[in-house]
Every structure is written in structure tokens, then in C-alpha cells.
Ligand binder design. Structure first.
Ligand SMILES: [Ca+2]
Ligand SMILES: [Ca+2]
Length: 102
């Protein structure tokens, strides 16, 4: 899979955003050979922004399609506050209860 190669022909060119547009704007056609390849800007949705990202890359010197994001795997380490590692503040548990909602 190559992100941006929406029509899965092995290259990223103008045919790819046009292929994507045909699928986005024609309700009768909603299949994608590889949804991940068509999800060019890696924001979790396939929409017109992916077309714009492709056109910007191909014709306006924009950045290349984002590479596939590997799934982060958390391996707990005894004695280490995992929330601090991931840049979050750990929730405090109120006395006698479970963490509440803010
Ligand atoms: Ca292609
Ligand atoms: Ca997207």
C-alpha cells in the first residue's frame, strides 16, 4: 500500500485524486480498492481534503502523502507512570470511589 495511490496502480499521479473524487461525489460508486491509500492526509476520514492534499502534492509543491502511521503499542513498566510518558496528567481517584468525570 502506498498512501496517495488511490487507484492502486503503483504510482501517485493525477489519476489518483480524480479516482477519489469520482468515488466521493458519485453515490453509486463508493468502493475503494484500498481505503488506506485513499486516505491521503491520514486524518482518519476519506473526504475532499484528501483530494486537495493530493493535488497540492502533485502540482503545488506540497508535502508528500503521509506515511502509514504504525499503531502505538504501550508496554507497561512497573513503577513508571505511563500517563506521564504519554504527556498526560494522571487522573486522581477520589477517596472511596472511582475516577469521576470532570
Ligand atoms: Ca495511482
Ligand atoms: Ca483524510
Amino acid at each position: 500500500m502506498r498512501r496517495g495511490d488511490c487507484n492502486s496502480n503503483g504510482t501517485v499521479d493525477i489519476a489518483d485524486p480524480l479516482f477519489l473524487g469520482a468515488r466521493l461525489f458519485d453515490p453509486a460508486v463508493n468502493d475503494f480498492p484500498c481505503r488506506e491509500a485513499c486516505e491521503v492526509n491520514d486524518d482518519g476520514q476519506i473526504n475532499i481534503a484528501d483530494m486537495i492534499t493530493s493535488f497540492t502534492y502533485l502540482f503545488a509543491g506540497g508535502p508528500p502523502p503521509r506515511r502509514h502511521s504504525p499503531i502505538a503499542v504501550r508496554i507497561p513498566t512497573p513503577g513508571v507512570d505511563s500517563a506521564a510518558i504519554w504527556g498526560r496528567t494522571a487522573r486522581k481517584t477520589p477517596r472511596g470511589g472511582s475516577p469521576g468525570h470532570p
